[in-house]
Design a binder for this molecule. Structure first.
Ligand SMILES: CC1=C(CCC(=O)O)c2cc3nc(cc4[nH]c(cc5[nH]c(cc1n2)c(C)c5CCC(=O)O)c(CCC(=O)O)c4C)C(CCC(=O)O)=C3C
Ligand SMILES: [Fe+2]
Length: 376
């Protein structure tokens, strides 16, 4: 590949030669917990009390987050799926907050000769934490790699983030089946279990600022809500479901999306519900936010309230989810730019949400807050 070819790469259809599976990261041993949490919360104003509390959650599991093992399992399945399709692309692993760090992975990929990389993020969503921050990770990693390997300036690298996938049929089907399986684990009663979806809370102000102009923002909240509705429909619940939030962080005086899952269980119990199925639609694997906040805290709350409780599986290594990742890679590995409507009211057609090159912004309605700043 010549330099001239490479510099034309952005926007022109040139085949990709590797995949980067990009995730959040988590500690692998107790000594990792504090430095990991410092990486996550650097400059974000998360109070020390909250960090102590979250450190305890990790230490409860021996200081090991399940997230790295789960990601490696997904990568293993993905490699198998790509091989079975005859797609000859190696899959590398990098994280935002813990080893293998994306900065190191990008250097490793470049040294191995890769110049065109499709990035699959383990977040299905738009908004800052779910999308823009992953683009920031890609940009930061590329800068770090360029500082370490000056040859990148003349023989550049293209890292293209794949589009958001919260609306993809296979994502919805895999979660829909997980809900059906969870319902099947509860004793048969005249009234079916209440279906409650949950996703990571974010600050209300952050949620407001992203989304199509005139829509009032709330891109993340509206996507989660649309995905929950689609999963509920798939699971035979029609429009009967609740959507709540979990794992809020930040200082207590700052408003985050509510209600919290545990507060909501109290309400559900006073309304006479006997059983609940909780579906963590906001996450793709059973990492710490799921096994602590749902399998410990929410499960205990339900028990205290006398509610039958089952948590539905995340999509993880469900064959349909792995096939979806392979589909996304297959669809775009030839170099065509992901375009299309995103089925959110008020959104225009164009480059699909989340798809961006080298950490740049994807679309005005996602990466760049759509509303004009208030006049002063
Ligand atoms: C939208 C969203 C997702 C879903 C999209 C995606 O999957 O990316 C997500 C995923 C995750 N969040 C995770 C862990 C943490 N999130 C924190 C803090 C925060 N999350 C936020 C949002 C989200 N987070 C926000 C706005 C903060 C406040 C500070 C900041 O703006 O950054 C903190 C700090 C301590 C605290 O909880 O206060 C931790 C430890 C793990 C790994 C679990 C494991 O180790 O197994 C995963 C997958
Ligand atoms: Fe988080």
């Amino acid at each position: 590949m010549t330099t001239a070819d490479a510099s034309k790469a952005v926007g022109s259809p040139i085949a990709f030669d590797a995949v980067l599976f990009l995730s959040f990261g988590g500690p692998d041993e107790p000594a990792d917990v504090r430095p990991f949490l410092e990486n996550v919360t650097r400059g974000r104003g998360v109070p020390p009390e909250r960090l102590d509390e979250v450190a305890e959650h990790y230490l409860h599991f021996g200081g090991v987050s399940p997230i790295n093992r789960l990601n490696l399992e997904m990568i293993d399945s993905l490699r198998g799926e790509l091989v079975s399709r005859g797609v000859d692309l190696p899959v590398f692993f990098g994280n935002r907050n813990w080893h293998p760090m994306i900065e190191d992975t990008v250097v490793e990929m470049y040294r191995a000769g890769h110049r065109r990389v499709l990035v699959f993020p383990t977040s299905a969503w738009g908004g800052y934490s779910g999308c823009r921050q992953y683009n920031e990770d890609i940009g930061r990693a590329l800068s770090a790699a360029t500082a370490a390997l000056p040859e990148i300036a003349s023989d550049p690298m293209l890292l293209r983030k794949l589009p958001q996938y919260w609306h993809e049929p296979s994502f919805v089907e895999a979660f829909g089946d997980a809900v059906i399986r969870a319902v099947g684990q509860l004793p048969n009663r005249p009234v079916r279990p209440r279906l409650v979806f949950t996703a990571h809370s974010i600050p209300v102000a952050a949620d407001r600022s992203d989304g199509p102009a005139g829509s009032g923002g709330q891109l993340y909240q509206r996507q989660v809500s649309a995905a929950a509705a689609a999963v509920a429909e798939k699971a035979g619940y029609g429009t009967e479901f609740d959507l709540v939030w979990q794992s809020r962080s930040g200082p207590p005086q700052v408003p985050w999306l509510e209600p919290d899952i545990c507060d909501h269980l109290e309400i559900v119990a006073t309304q006479g519900a006997e059983q609940v199925v909780v579906c963590p639609v906001g996450f793709v694997s059973d990492h710490l936010e799921v096994v602590w906040d749902l399998d410990n805290e929410a499960a205990e709350t339900a028990e205290r309230l006398g509610l039958g409780y089952v948590r539905a599986d995340t999509v993880g290594t469900d064959t349909r989810f792995i096939a979806l990742i392979a589909d996304l890679i297959d669809r775009y590995r030839g170099g065509e730019v992901p375009t299309g409507p995103t089925s959110l009211p008020g959104d225009d057609a164009g480059r699909e949400l989340g798809c961006a090159d080298n950490g740049s912004t994807c679309r005005a309605v996602c990466c760049v807050p759509a509303r004009r700043p208030a006049r002063t």
